[in-house]
Design a protein around this ligand. Structure first.
Ligand SMILES: Cc1cc2nc3c(=O)[nH]c(=O)nc-3n(C[C@H](O)[C@H](O)[C@H](O)COP(=O)(O)OP(=O)(O)OC[C@H]3O[C@@H](n4cnc5c(N)ncnc54)[C@H](O)[C@@H]3O)c2cc1C
Length: 419
């Protein structure tokens, strides 16, 4: 095993890794999970994908298959019916499933990352016991509602309200661009509390059920990418939600949302590495077969430059997300590192997909080859879970000392679980 002793280096502002050790060697369990996720992706997701993407067709089947295979509870403790694998394993599953298709990884991001892990971090024992086992086994599907038609990057400007009424809250409002909007059984929804000073809004997070009266959803059509996945709007019309469905307390809603993004962004960063690998799979094959001037284009140095750049993105990307996985395992705050991994990896994936289209020439411009899909799908990840600009600003602010991460009141369970 290789150890890199970070403790010998001078500390950097805001970093919490000083004095600790990082181990980059994948465990046998990591390798086993990679193999299983790779096989699942290639055998269960890739067949028929071109047609599903063309026709923008999605249903719950893939989610149910992922649940049956254990992927919806990868890093959920066994005591809650999960696989109990470490957080690096979750990243590896995201990587291998996005190597097959982004829509599968998006499902993991919202169900495992944004929903279940946030419940693991913020839920009471009763709430975890009530929801986690069904989520971990895919009996129930979870999603996440933060964005609204007029509040994306500026999430604090959200307008959905929760008004206290006896032992419950009444929700009114609308969320937009919600992944799995039509299939999820329950949503982690961020609301603004109706009472209080409008100049100092307070937020609350609830786990709401789609069967509750007042809930409705509507799909969004005509998307550029993630066409084999479901995205839409959800609406709350005087929807009554019991107080015991609140995660954290009154006023904690925004912190809950930011914790969710620490988990969602991790899965997006890991998935981006999978797209780069898919680009490499397609390009190394094509560049060996396609000949120009009597030799395979893979022998042309400028084509090699594009392949080398993808290899570079994959290597850097994997190290960045492994590091965040390790920080999750060891219970360290990782908002800065997670933003870095998401920012760098999503840009690298889009760059790799753009180059993959180039390597394929005109054949990269139609769906006979998968690279045009990688190009469209990788574009989306530069927008969701914080746009490229938002992460750029975050990284500059950390470095300038304008932003810092304080210890959290509620932390994700460290790994190994139940130890
Ligand atoms: C496929 C897909 C799936 C999604 N799934 C979900 C989901 O499951 N749940 C959910 O809640 N949301 C989801 N989203 C929404 C997504 O998180 C938002 O679209 C994203 O946060 C950006 O918000 P916006 O679209 O309102 O863009 P805006 O915030 O309006 O940004 C528009 C432009 O302005 C720039 N900009 C904004 N603010 C700043 C700033 N301060 N400094 C510099 N530039 C800035 C942005 O970078 C961008 O270029 C999804 C989106 C997509 C595309």
């Amino acid at each position: 095993m290789t150890f890199l002793t970070v403790g010998l280096l001078p500390p950097e502002r805001g970093r919490v890794t000083y004095g600790t050790r990082m181990d980059f060697a994948p465990t046998p369990e990591n390798e086993q999970i990679r193999e299983a996720a790779y096989k699942f992706g290639q055998n269960e997701i890739v067949p028929g994908l071109r047609d599903r993407d063309r026709e923008a067709k999605s249903d719950r089947t893939m989610l149910e298959q992922m649940g049956a295979a254990g992927f919806l509870g990868v890093s959920v403790p066994e005591s809650y019916s999960g696989l109990g694998a470490d957080y690096v394993s979750l990243g590896i599953v995201c990587e291998e499933l996005e190597r097959a298709d982004t829509s599968a990884r998006v499902a993991l991001s919202v169900h495992n990352g944004l929903h279940s892990m946030t419940l693991m971090q913020w839920g009471t024992e009763e709430q975890k016991g009530r929801w986690l086992p069904d989520l971990a086994t895919g009996k129930r599907i979870g999603a996440f509602g933060l964005t609204e038609p007029n509040a994306g990057s500026d999430a604090a400007n959200l307008k959905t309200t929760a008004k206290k009424d006896g032992d419950s809250y009444v929700l009114n409002g609308q969320k937009a661009w919600i992944s799995l909007s039509d299939y999820a059984d329950q949503f982690l929804v961020i609301t603004k509390l109706a009472e209080g000073d409008p100049a100092k809004p307070r937020f609350a997070a609830f786990i709401v059920d789609r069967t509750t009266p007042g809930f409705s959803s509507r799909p969004i059509h005509g998307k550029l990418g993630v066409r084999a996945g479901n995205t839409g709007e959800i609406f709350f019309d005087n929807m009554r939600v019991e107080a015991d469905r609140m995660l954290g307390g009154e006023g904690d809603g925004f912190k809950v949302a930011m914790s969710a993004l620490d988990h969602g962004r991790y899965t997006v960063a890991a998935g981006a590495v999978g797209i780069i690998t898919a680009c490499l799979d397609a390009c190394t094959k094509y560049a060996n077969e396609r000949t120009v001037g009597g030799e395979p284009i893979g022998r042309k140095q400028l084509v090699q430059q594009m392949i080398a750049s993808m290899v570079q993105g994959r290597e850097i990307g994997r190290l960045l997300y492994y590091k965040v996985g390790w920080m999750k395992n060891t219970g360290q705050r990782h908002t800065r590192e997670c933003s870095m991994a998401k920012w760098v990896n999503c840009a690298a994936a889009f760059d790799a997909a753009n180059k993959a289209v180039e390597v394929h020439g005109a054949y990269g411009f139609c769906d006979e080859f998968p690279v045009e899909r990688y190009f469209r799908n990788s574009r989306g990840a530069i927008i969701y879970e914080g746009t490229h600009e938002i992460h750029t600003v975050m990284q500059a602010e950390y470095e300038m000392g304008y932003r810092s991460d304080k210890p959290l009141k509620h932390t994700l369970p460290t790994w190994p679980f139940d130890a």
